[in-house]
Design a protein around this ligand. Structure first.
Ligand SMILES: Cc1cc2nc3c(=O)[nH]c(=O)nc-3n(C[C@H](O)[C@H](O)[C@H](O)COP(=O)(O)O)c2cc1C
Length: 442
């Protein structure tokens, strides 16, 4: 039997007004997008029409505040699980991946909400399992200090075990709901978790039947050594920031190479680097489009974003035209992103303000600015040269940037046979080419 050709996977990474830090000030962008359901409904439908695999929403459980934060559109937005639940009712095929932190949550709540979303959407839910990278969250959850990096990962590992255990509480056919006999569920098909560990004590079972996908898809975004180990053991999709083909290839082969020791095949984990895309009919027009956003970046805003991405550092006391100061390894933020941005500053010899400006759009993700053909060439190269199974797409502004990607890049990828023209299945797992998860207790 001939195998279908391998095709790339696409995620639409939605962020209120767009990923560019100054997008909200652009005349084409609705500044109130973060709390406008019609805006998100339109984005979801554009992405679904273009046959994207999934929507992807990031999160933080703290509002950005302060002088500089008051100049960015990052302080008010929908909570992602309720947003995606609402979007599940106005879409039919597209996956719904929500970021939910393991650092400031309880696994029972998380298992229940995702199982519920999986039922609501007919099997389209995915959980981006993160360890919070925003230090400010701690103070909203009874702590003065953020949980440290190693401890966050230790908690995340156990959190995952509990959530997946709860998702497997019931056999697929446990709920007989037989009116004639009066049996609502078969007690022999129930497993009570009785988990007791370092961080959690959870009896179970879950009060939601096993969901259409068995388990919602597990996504992860940590790329440090500890993050990679956890991903290799537990993730089915990894979202990562990579700055060059060579770095992306090294990450891809490193992570895929770790799977065998957990009894997994390379195909069971899809690696989707983020890619920031600005498209125009000509390269000059694409650059012009990008520059219209860059012109709106205040240097202090770029540097504040940089400080946050480097791992929650306040860089406001350093000269804008000076070099990036030497910083200790972040314990509260993303170690992988800190490394990436520090290397970028060194490689290109950038001042603080220049680096802030450079990442104002894609926050360090690979950036492509050009024509549909130029952009498709790059995506194809990464896909075919062992750097990616697909991409999580970041656009500068919404809805325009996503409409551009759907109208210009997707058809070019389809013309090359690199992307689907119809959804393969009805669940996110089926579309991503992942197997339905077996129940560990049945
Ligand atoms: C591409 C990417 C996106 C991420 N998105 C989020 C997010 O939305 N919310 C969050 O709290 N953490 C987010 N994280 C942080 C990760 O969850 C990660 O567990 C943590 O920062 C440690 O990263 P490290 O393993 O690279 O040090 C993201 C990380 C990466 C690399």
């Amino acid at each position: 039997m001939s195998q279908a050709p391998r095709q790339l996977k696409l995620g639409a990474f939605l962020m209120a007004t767009g990923h560019h830090v100054a997008a909200w000030r652009h005349p084409d962008v609705p500044a109130n997008a973060g709390l406008d359901f019609k805006h998100y409904k339109h984005l979801a439908q554009v992405a679904e029409r273009a046959r994207f695999d999934t929507l992807f929403v990031a999160d933080s459980v703290a509002a950005a505040t302060g002088d500089i934060a008051s100049r960015m559109a990052r302080s008010d937005h929908f909570e992602p699980l309720t947003l995606l639940s609402a979007l599940s009712a106005v879409t039919e095929h597209i996956g719904l991946i929500s970021t939910v932190t393991t650092s400031y949550n309880e696994p029972y709540h998380v298992a229940r909400k995702f199982a519920s979303l999986d039922h609501l959407s007919g099997g389209r839910a995915g959980w981006n399992l993160v360890t919070s990278d925003a230090a400010a969250e701690a103070q909203n959850f009874g702590r003065d200090e953020h949980i440290g990096h190693a401890e966050r990962y230790s908690r995340a590992r156990e959190f995952h075990r509990v959530v997946t255990g709860l998702w497997d509480s019931w056999a697929d056919d446990a709920f007989t709901r037989d009116k004639a006999s009066g049996q609502y569920y078969d007690p022999a098909k129930l497993h009570v978790l009785n988990h007791s560990g370092d961080h959690f004590k959870v009896k179970g079972p879950l009060n939601v039947a096993r969901s259409p996908q068995g388990r919602p898809v597990i996504v992860q975004a940590g790329s440090s050594e500890t993050g990679r180990e956890l991903a290799a053991q537990t993730a089915e999709v990894v979202f990562t920031a990579q700055t060059s083909l060579a770095n992306a290839q090294a990450f891809y082969s490193d992570l895929k190479g770790r799977l065998a020791k957990f009894g997994r095949t390379p195909d069971s984990l899809k690696i989707m680097p983020g890619v920031f895309v600005v498209v125009g009919e000509t390269e000059a027009l694409a650059r012009q489009k990008f520059e219209a956003f860059q012109a709106l970046v205040e240097p202090e805003v770029g540097v504040a974003l940089l400080g946050r991405m480097l791992g929650n550092f306040d860089l406001s006391g350093y000269p804008l035209n000076g070099p990036l100061p030497e910083l200790p390894l972040t314990d509260s933020g993303q170690q992988s992103r800190q490394k990436l941005l520090t290397e970028l500053a060194g490689r290109e010899n950038l001042s603080l303000a220049e680096l802030g400006r450079k990442i104002a759009g894609g926050r360090g993700h690979y950036s492509l600015i050009g024509t549909p053909v130029q952009i498709a060439d790059q995506l194809q190269e990464w896909f075919e040269q062992g750097a990616a199974d697909g991409f999580n797409v970041l656009v500068p502004h919404l809805p325009g940037g996503l409409e551009d990607f759907a109208d210009y890049i997707v058809p070019e990828l389809q013309r090359r046979g690199l992307f689907r023209t119809e959804y393969e299945g009805s669940t996110l797992r089926e579309n991503l080419g992942l197997e339905k998860s077996a129940n560990q207790f049945v």
